[in-house]
Design a protein. Structure first.
Lengths: 111, 119
């Protein structure tokens, strides 16, 4: 069965450092992969999308990589800030528009 | 307007009640979604509407009945729910459904959700 694993439930880092979150998957051939941010009690907010034939995408302080051979995506936040503290979800999607989310990693950036 | 709105924000209902959740977007999106999210768990896809037609039903029990009256509105009708159905119900929309084209069209905009409690 399909499985999506995000590296850890919680990640604590110091302000200014780079946060790296991992998303691994098995038994799935996604058309694309997305990263979302979710704050407590709120809906997820889209951050980045990367297609199966793309290796890397960047947006401001965010970078995502996608390795379909390793079946892994890495999500980086550079120069992290306390305001980046949230739960980050990866989601794999097929061409029919069906998205499956990982359990998420809760990032805490300490000042 | 880049917002997805959901009403009500909170809903408490008994197991014999009938209620409806509403979702609205005015971004011209042609794909709309219902997700269920339990505490400390990821959103789980329930239904996908593509061009106002139901395209995906993730084997959701019939006590949940979706409806898409037009391209801007999405409803979820609830009847005879169980306490384990208590959760945050999220609506989302995207420009287009998957259809083999990835990119900006597939970015999902989520609403704030309806917190449902079934007594």
């Amino acid at each position: 069965s399909q499985k999506i694993e995000q590296n850890s439930e919680a990640l604590n880092i110091q302000e200014g450092k780079t946060a790296t979150l991992t998303c691994n998957y098995t038994n799935y051939s996604p058309a694309y992969l997305q990263w979302y941010r979710q704050d407590p009690g709120r809906g997820p907010v889209f951050l980045l999308l990367i297609r199966e034939n793309e290796k890397e995408k960047r947006k401001e302080r965010l970078k995502v990589t996608f390795d379909t051979t390793l079946k892994q995506s890495l999500f980086h936040i550079t120069a992290s800030q306390p305001a980046d503290s949230a739960t980050y979800l990866c989601a794999l999607a097929n061409n029919a528009g069906k998205s499956t989310f990982g359990d998420g990693t809760t990032l805490t950036v300490k000042p | 307007d880049t917002e997805v709105t959901q009403t009500p924000k909170h809903l408490v209902m008994g197991m014999t009640n009938k209620k409806s959740l509403k979702c609205e977007q005015h971004m011209g999106h042609r794909a709309m979604y219902w997700y269920k999210q339990k505490a400390k768990k990821p959103p789980e896809l329930m239904f996908v509407y593509s061009y106002e037609k139901l395209s995906i039903n993730e084997s959701v029990p019939s006590r949940f009945s979706p409806e898409c009256p037009n391209s801007s509105l999405l409803n979820l009708h609830l009847h005879a729910l169980q306490p384990e159905d208590s959760a945050l119900y999220l609506c989302a929309s995207s420009q287009r459904p998957g259809q083999g084209v990835a990119g900006q069209w597939n970015e999902q905009f989520f609403g704030p959700g309806t917190r449902l409690t079934v007594l």
